[in-house]
Design a protein around this ligand. Structure first.
Ligand SMILES: [Zn+2]
Length: 126
């Protein structure tokens, strides 16, 4: 099994032991740990080619279609967020060799990609 997939599963299993009551802090901790693990295995986010779904240079108001939050496109986050790419993680070592960082919603939700899940709702700010 791909070493990252193995480590991911171990951490994920650990997190599931905490039962249904998971505090945001615990999830933050797990996300941070998984992110660090992904960087360790797949390199810095900035070393990967941009997927082209990042925010525009001039920040605009956006709506995330998943969590319905409004915010500035500059607040989008480029990261691995392995827990939200679990399908890709499951294919590591078989169909894919690496995990690619994506542009994500600033919140803890599955929204990703400017013009995909995260859409502009206003004019560019000066
Ligand atoms: Zn969102």
């Amino acid at each position: 099994m791909h070493p990252f997939r193995k480590a991911f599963r171990a951490l994920h299993r650990e997190s599931l032991k905490c039962d249904s009551v998971q505090t945001d802090n615990a999830l933050d901790g797990l996300d941070a740990e998984l992110e660090a693990l992904a960087i360790e295995h797949f390199g810095d986010v900035g070393d990967h080619e941009d997927d082209g779904f990042g925010p525009p240079t001039a920040s605009v108001q956006v709506l995330c279609r998943h969590c319905r939050d409004h915010y500035l496109s500059s607040e989008m986050v480029r990261a691995y967020r392995p827990a939200r790419q679990s399908a890709m993680v499951g294919m590591l070592g078989t169909d894919v060799d690496t995990l690619e960082p994506l542009w994500w919603c600033k919140n803890r939700c599955d929204g990703a990609g400017y013009q995909l899940d995260i859409v502009p709702v206003g004019e560019p700010r000066q």
